[in-house]
Design a protein around this ligand. Structure first.
Ligand SMILES: [Zn+2]
Ligand SMILES: [Zn+2]
Length: 186
């Protein structure tokens, strides 16, 4: 092996060629090629890392190299896994989580997330389950008066359109519910 060959081993490796390819091209042992690369101070790529110039992270303004799935760097892949969006740095707020799960294509604002046994939308907030229609009403209209419950005028319990909700007493809510059942049975 000539001196030029020795010098180029590290350069070729640094430019993306594999040790195996370089070794077979120069007719030397792979372990010899590896020693030359290390002696030249070029860092060895971890096994299984594809050779060749590294792809940049798929997030446009990120300068880190993409690794593994999604073509994202470690940081952005972590965010993707945690929050479902590589650009999201924090957990979505309660409001964002609620907004993302309401289908407002029809008259009723239909909750598409988890529902209670009774059919009401539910969402976790501060370690407890909250009723979604009540949360939406409080956000868009105001607090539900003390002692009153929200009645669904549309009889669609998964609906959280505040225009379909009316604060009533529990007795009134039960009476309306029973009327609905009796009408349905008739
Ligand atoms: Zn990135
Ligand atoms: Zn409705």
């Amino acid at each position: 092996m000539t001196d030029t060959q020795k010098a180029t081993i590290a350069d070729r490796y640094a430019s993306g060629e594999t040790l195996r390819a370089i070794a077979s091209a120069l007719g030397v042992d792979k372990s010899v090629a590896r020693r030359k690369v290390m002696a030249a101070g070029v860092r060895l790529r971890p096994r299984g890392r594809p050779a060749g110039p590294q792809m940049p992270c798929a997030v446009a303004e990120c300068w880190s190299a993409a690794r593994g799935e999604h073509g994202l760097c470690n940081l952005h892949r972590q965010r993707m896994r945690k929050h479902g969006d590589p650009r999201r740095e924090r957990w979505p707020s309660l409001r964002e989580r609620v907004e993302a799960r309401i289908d407002r294509s029809g008259e009723c604002w239909v909750w598409t997330g988890v529902r209670s046994g009774g059919g009401y939308g539910q969402v976790w907030a501060r370690r407890r389950m909250r009723l979604v229609h009540r949360y939406v009403y409080e956000q868009l209209v105001g607090p539900v008066p003390e002692g009153l419950v929200l009645d669904h005028l549309c009889r669609n319990r998964s609906c959280c359109n505040p225009a379909h909700l009316e604060p009533v007493t529990t007795a009134e809510n039960v009476r309306r519910g029973l009327n609905g059942v009796l009408r349905g049975a008739a």
